[in-house]
Ligand binder design. Sequence first.
Ligand SMILES: [Zn+2]
Length: 312
Amino acid sequence: MKKVVKATSALLLSVLLLSACSNSGNGNAGPDTTAQPTAATTQAAPEPTAQASTSAAASMTPETVPSEAPSASSTPQSSADNGTDTSKTTVDNAAAEIPLLYHMNKNYDIIPNKDGISKKVVLLTFDDGPKNADMINPLMDTLDKHHAKAIFFVNGYRVKEHPELLKLIQTRGGIIGNHSWDHIVLKDKSYAEVKKQIEDVQDIVKKVTGETPQFFRPPHGAGGDVGKKIAAENGLLYMTWSVGSLDWEMKEKDTGKTAKLIKNVTDQLHSGSNILMHELPWTVEALDTLLTTLEGKGYSFVDPRSIELKMR
Ligand SMILES: [Zn+2]
């Protein structure tokens, strides 16, 4: 009997290993990877490159965050999520203890609130998920290895398809941000349409995770005045990015993607860099080397929960 069990276990193990390998292979070729790098994406994004980022961000400054942004938006996330009396669990208390040490400026960089707090930080962000547990898990493993937290800007239609993947991101310690429902360019759409694009994501994330997103990034970096207004009305901190990894321009067949991704980031790297990446297989593969490189240059990874939710 024992022999049979052993043989069966061995067989099961090899089947599992085989299927794990083939899954990651399929993940590489998935249709998702082509969603971001379309011609429209490149044209619509006002700040896809380092050179463009400063001027593009500057051109967006007049609107900034309207004064009608609810004052509650500057309170720590935990209290917003849990009300007043329910923050008794370990997880909630841990979140409540994270002090608000940083804020975001008009270039979408992360700035310390006072002297004595490290300026040399970067914010890690991953857009366009949740797509695939075979990417999310290794990505989280790498973040854990470097004691790093990141924002995952998710699309509502993907959450609807795979609520369990959103739950996975939350369970593994990811901070969930709102990236609109359909990943369309919002800036020319009506108030009602943009409101639905943003608020439907707030609703579904709340339903799945019990928590409401507090960060918003418009698809293609193009939210327009209407996107900024509605984000503020929902207490969301609006951001595009200040350093693009350009991972969205890469293709499966390209060689040297890890080196290219690291060069793209380090070429633009500065204190407070808000780094845009995506849930893409080559980004997952490059992440450990990227984070090691950044640490080697003296940077640490800002906890998104330590960022004030009002731009200044
Ligand atoms: Zn996107």
